[in-house]
Design a protein around this ligand. Structure first.
Ligand code: HAM
Length: 432
């Protein structure tokens, strides 16, 4: 049997890779404008990093982690997300002394989930983390960046917001949720009965239908005065930005490290997996991992889902060659290859990504031109034996069929660039 890509993974190619490239380039540009620097962390880390940050009782760690032991018995895991790795790097490199650290990352994440539309076992995220600042202004900066990203991409999405409180509010809330579900244990799935003991908030994000039904009427979090003021500072900022949002008191996010503001952006155009982006504040994580107390906030967006939503017009147009070089007959192969090489140097020195393609196949002129046409090349460069003797190739504008000599064989890139300018200009003038 032929070997196939593992379940829940796929090859990104063709239109899909063009979409990913577009997403990444827009994200990269925005992250630079907002002052974030790139970090590339390892794709696998100590298993314990995720157990201690994302949380032992979360689905991500308890059910979905690709954990393994290496040849020396080290317990490792493929990263299910990026925040824990950034926190680990922050502590490892002693970045607390820098005051503030603003980082972005992009790359594959791994979760052993049941694959379905928009849900993969290897999926891609871009994310940002702002470490060392605990203000509402920092929360607002990341939310604004998240919203701007979707706007630049032309993807409408709804912002949902909640506040999980400080450590105290959150644990009081956990106790209230525990008391609420204690009376409804029969309705809960076996996992949730376990969660209820160990980590009651996780019952609120269980996807099982009976658990969702049992959660109707669950208490909303009661925020202390400081947390309430922190939330108001964020919502006031959003109002000033003109960003619409819904407060969703049921939004608890599936990772344990959150404290304070949490948010998600969802798209109505997606099915059950409607979250395109999620994030929030995690002021205790660095300390819990052994670093100095460091407030932090960030988000990550799912590229697989964004790629699905990217409007047709925003996807990059298919690339077409600038030149398609055709050598006619065996004797022209070397000069044709040298000319292709020369044209590529010209393209590179022009600082653009113009594509220069060679026929490579020594077939008939007709077949080669058909291929040039199929690729929608702008020009064909034809080199037959006469051209080799004269030193001038034949330049053909593919759209009109107009031809002109182009004296570039054996020339320097500068001379070739000048000759191309003149000959292409001449063909363009003939067209009018
Ligand atoms: P998350 O909500 O687990 O947050 O993931 C963020 C986004 O990744 C989701 O909104 C979704 O678009 C995408 N995603 C998650 N799982 C899958 C999957 N199996 N297939 C396809 N896409 C998926 C985090 O990962 C946090 N680290 C975000 C964060 C950064 N919080 C603070 N800083």
């Amino acid at each position: 049997m032929n070997i196939q890509a593992p379940r829940g993974t796929r090859d990104l190619e063709g239109d899909l890779i063009a979409r990913f490239q577009r997403l990444e380039s827009v994200a990269r540009r925005l992250f630079a404008v907002y002052g974030y620097e790139e970090i590339r962390t390892p794709m696998f880390e100590a298993d314990e990093l995720f157990t201690r940050s994302v949380g032992e009782v979360t689905d991500i760690v308890s059910k979905e982690m690709y954990a393994f032991t290496d040849r020396k018995g080290r317990k490792l895991a493929l990263r299910p997300e990026g925040t824990a790795s950034v926190a680990r790097a922050f502590i490892e490199h002693g970045w607390a002394s820098r005051g503030r650290t603003k980082l972005w990352y992009a790359g594959p994440m791994f979760r052993y989930e049941r694959p379905q539309g928009g849900r993969y076992r290897q999926f891609f995220q871009v994310g940002v983390e702002l470490l060392g600042v605990g203000t509402a202004a920092a929360d607002l900066e990341t939310i604004d960046l998240a919203a701007r990203l979707l706007e630049e991409l032309g993807i409408p999405a709804r912002l949902r917001l909640n506040h999980l409180g400080c450590g105290e509010c959150k644990s009081a809330y956990g106790a209230a949720v525990q008391a609420f579900f204690a009376a409804r244990q029969e309705a809960l799935c076996p996992d949730c009965r376990d969660r209820l003991r160990k980590n009651p908030l996780r019952v609120l994000d269980c996807k099982v239908e009976t658990c969702r039904a049992a959660a109707t009427g669950a208490p909303a979090i009661a925020l202390c005065a400081t947390c309430a003021a922190a939330e108001t500072a964020v919502t006031a900022g959003l109002a000033q930005f003109g960003l619409e949002y819904d407060v969703d008191r049921r939004l608890v996010r599936g990772l344990d490290y959150y404290t304070g503001v949490v948010y998600e952006m969802t798209s109505a155009a997606l099915g059950a997996q409607d979250a395109v982006l999620g994030g929030g504040r995690y002021d205790n994580l660095i300390e819990e991992l052994g670093g100095p107390k460091t407030p932090a906030v960030g988000f990550a967006a799912g590229l697989d889902r964004l790629a699905q939503l990217l409007p047709e017009t925003a996807a990059p147009a298919a690339r077409r060659p600038w030149f398609y070089v055709i050598g006619l007959g065996a004797e022209t192969q070397a000069p044709a290859a040298a000319t292709t090489r020369l044209l590529r140097r010209v393209a590179i020195s022009r600082g653009r990504e113009e594509w220069v393609e060679a026929d490579l196949q020594a077939r008939s002129l007709k077949a080669s031109l058909r291929r040039a046409d199929k690729l929608a090349a702008e020009y064909a460069i034809i080199i037959g034996e006469n051209e080799v003797v004269s030193g001038a190739a034949t330049l053909r504008a593919m759209r009109t069929g107009a031809q002109a000599p182009l004296a570039i064989l054996g020339r320097s890139p500068e001379e070739a660039a000048a000759a191309i300018e003149t000959a292409c200009g001449k063909l363009a003038a003939e067209r009018v």
